[in-house]
Design a protein around this ligand. Structure first.
Ligand code: NAD
Length: 499
C-alpha cells in the first residue's frame, strides 16, 4: 500500500511518529494509502526550520516573491489534469468539480501576483515641522493553515498564497482524508522557485493541530472546517496570543419569492443542493419558498430533476452529477439524520435511502433526498448534514422567510430568487449573513473580493483571500521621523541610482 509523506524543507519526508491514518478511495471503499500523523516533536522541528528560512524570504523584494506565484500559476495549469485526478481519487468529487477546486485556488495565486501593489504602505509628508510619517506592512514570521477535506486544493491555496506572498513561512496542515493534492502543491511551489522551508506541508490530526496552537513561534493561524473545531482553535489560539481566523460550518437558505422564475430556481437548487454530494460549505441545504403555491410549484419541478441525477464514480465520465461522500462515517451520520427527519415529522418527498450503485456496493455513495414541511425544531434543519439532502421550509410571507435565515445559528451564505429589485435590495441589506446571492445560488466571491461567513460560520475579524488576506498575514509598523531642516551646501549635479 502507498505510504504518503510530509513535504518538509523542499523534500518528501517519511512520518516519524509511527502513527498513520487510512486514506480511502470513496468510490470503492478501499484503503488506497496511509498518511503519517505528525507528532508534537516533529511539528516543533518543522516550525523551527521554517523560522530559520523566513527572514531571508521576507527580505526578498515583493516583486520577486510575486514571480514565484506567477510561475506557480503556470505549473498549476500545466498539471491541472494530474491534480484533478488525484483530488477526485481521494475526495470522490467529479473531475469537472475537481478542476474547479484547483481553479478557484489558482485564481487566488493570480491575485497574489499583485503583492507588490498590495503591500505598499502609507506616507504623510510634513506631518509636523520637519516630520514625516509612514506605515509599512511587514510579514508576521511563521504562520499556519489548518484545512478541511472538502476543497483540498482551493482552501490550502486560499491560505498559503497570500501568506507566502507577504513574506511569511507557512505550515500547512491539510485534512488527513485527502492529503495527496496538498503534497503536490508543495512540490509545485518548490518547482516555481520557492526556497525550501517556506511552505511546509505536514500531515496529522489533533496532535499536530495542538502542536501548532501551542508553538510560540507560530504567529497566526487560519482554519477552515467544522464549527466545533473552529471554536476550539479560535479559543486556544487566541489565548496563546496568536492572530486567528476560523471559518466553520453552514446551513445556507435559499428564499424563493412567488415572482421568481420557477424553472431557474429549481435548476439552481439542484446544482447548489446536490452538487459535490452536498459537501460544500456554500451548498444550499434549505429552500424557503414564500407561499404554498410557490412551494408546490418548486416541489413539482424538483422531483423529476432529482430523479434524473446521475450519481457515480469520477471515472464514469463528465456527465456524472455527483460522487460518493468522503467516508463511510459521513454517510452513516447523514443517513441517521434522514431517519431523524422522518421520525420528527418531515415529509420525505424523494427517498434516496435504498440507493445502490452496481459494482460499487462498498463505495460511500448516497442517493438524493428531498424533505418538505421541515420545521425549525428538527435536527435536519438545525444541523449541517453535508450530504445530498435538501429541506424545504414553507414560509407564508417574505418577512417569515427572512426571519428563518436570520435566526439560524450559521451565517455563511444565502440566496434569494426574485424578479423584484426592491425585495432583493432589502434582503441584501438586512440579512445577517456574510455572502449573499441574488438569483445566484452559490455566491462564492472571486479571489479579489473576500470570503467569510458571519455568526457561527466565522470567528475572527478578517475574511479569507482578497485584500483582507494581505491584512491578516501582515502587521503594520508606523515610523515617525524628523530630520534637521534647511538647505545643504554642495549639491550634486548628476543623476545617481537609488540603490
Ligand atoms: P473538520 O473540522 O473535521 O476538520 C478540519 C481540520 O481540522 C482538519 O485538518 C482536521 O484534521 C482538523 N481537526 C479535526 N478534528 C480536530 C480536533 N479535534 N482538534 C484539532 N483539529 C482537528 O472539518 P471537515 O470535515 O474536514 O470539513 C467539513 C467542514 O468544513 C464543514 O463543516 C464545512 O461547512 C466546513 N467548511 C467551511 C468553509 C468555510 O469557509 N466556512 C469552507 C469549507 C468547509
Amino acid at each position: 500500500m502507498q505510504e504518503l509523506t510530509h513535504f518538509i524543507n523542499g523534500e518528501h519526508v517519511k512520518g516519524g511518529s509511527g502513527r498513520f491514518a487510512d486514506v480511502f478511495n470513496p468510490a470503492t471503499g478501499e484503503v488506497q494509502a496511509r498518511v503519517p500523523l505528525a507528532s508534537k516533536q516533529e511539528l516543533d522541528a518543522i516550525i523551527a526550520k521554517a523560522a530559520e528560512a523566513q527572514p531571508k524570504w521576507a527580505a526578498t523584494n515583493p516583486q520577486r516573491r510575486a514571480r514565484v506565484m506567477m510561475e506557480f500559476v503556470r505549473l498549476l495549469n500545466r498539471d491541472m489534469d494530474k491534480l484533478a485526478e488525484a483530488l477526485s481519487r481521494e475526495h470522490g468529487k467529479t473531475i469537472p468539480d475537481a478542476r474547479g477546486d484547483v481553479q478557484r485556488g489558482l485564481e487566488v495565486a493570480e491575485f497574489c501576483i499583485g503583492a507588490p501593489h498590495l503591500l505598499k504602505g502609507e506616507y504623510t509628508d510634513a506631518a509636523g515641522p520637519g516630520i514625516d510619517m509612514y506605515s509599512m506592512r511587514q510579514a508576521l514570521g511563521v504562520v499556519a493553515g489548518i484545512t478541511p477535506f472538502n476543497f483540498p486544493a482551493m482552501i490550502p491555496m486560499w491560505k498559503f498564497c497570500p501568506a507566502i506572498s507577504c513574506g511569511n513561512a507557512f505550515i500547512l496542515k491539510p485534512s488527513e482524508r485527502d492529503p495527496s493534492v496538498p503534497l503536490m502543491l508543495g512540490e509545485l511551489m518548490k518547482e516555481a522557485g520557492l526556497p525550501d522551508g517556506i511552505l511546509q506541508v505536514v500531515n496529522g490530526d489533533k496532535e499536530a493541530v495542538d502542536a501548532i496552537l501551542d508553538n510560540e513561534t507560530v504567529q497566526a493561524i487560519g482554519f477552515v472546517g467544522s464549527t466545533p473545531i473552529a471554536q476550539y482553535i479560535y479559543g486556544r489560539g487566541c489565548s496563546n496570543g496568536k492572530r486567528v481566523q476560523c471559518f466553520g460550518g453552514a446551513k445556507n437558505h435559499m428564499i424563493v419569492m412567488p415572482d421568481a422564475d420557477m424553472d431557474q430556481a429549481a435548476d439552481a437548487l439542484i446544482g447548489a443542493g446536490y452538487g459535490a454530494a452536498g459537501e460544500r460549505c456554500m451548498a444550499i441545504s434549505v429552500a424557503v419558498p414564500v407561499g404554498d403555491a410557490t412551494a408546490d410549484a418548486l416541489i413539482e419541478r424538483l422531483i423529476p430533476r432529482i430523479e434524473k441525477l446521475k450519481v457515480g464514480p469520477y471515472t464514469a465520465g463528465d456527465d456524472v452529477d455527483y460522487g460518493p461522500l468522503v467516508t463511510a462515517a459521513a454517510k452513516e451520520r447523514a443517513l441517521g439524520l434522514v431517519e431523524s427527519g422522518i421520525r420528527q415529522g418531515a415529509k420525505l418527498v424523494v427517498d434516496g435511502r435504498n440507493f445502490n450503485l452496481q459494482g460499487y456496493e462498498d463505495g460511500f455513495f448516497m442517493g438524493a433526498h428531498l424533505f418538505d414541511n421541515v420545521t425549525t425544531d428538527m435536527d435536519i434543519y438545525r444541523q449541517e448534514i453535508f450530504a445530498p439532502v435538501l429541506s424545504q421550509v414553507r414560509a407564508k410571507t417574505y418577512e417569515e422567510a427572512l426571519g428563518y435565515a436570520m435566526d439560524h445559528e450559521y451565517g455563511n451564505g444565502t440566496a434569494i430568487f426574485t424578479r423584484d429589485g426592491d425585495t432583493a435590495r432589502d434582503f441584501a441589506n438586512r440579512i445577517n449573513i456574510g455572502m449573499v446571492g441574488i438569483n445566484v445560488p452559490i455566491p462564492v466571491p472571486l479571489a479579489y473580493h473576500t470570503f467569510g461567513g458571519w455568526k457561527k460560520s466565522g470567528f475572527g475579524d478578517l475574511n479569507q483571500h482578497g485584500p483582507d488576506s494581505f491584512r491578516f498575514y501582515t502587521r503594520t509598523k508606523t515610523v515617525t521621523s524628523r530630520w534637521p531642516s534647511g538647505m545643504k551646501e554642495g549639491g550634486e549635479f548628476h543623476f545617481k541610482a537609488m540603490d
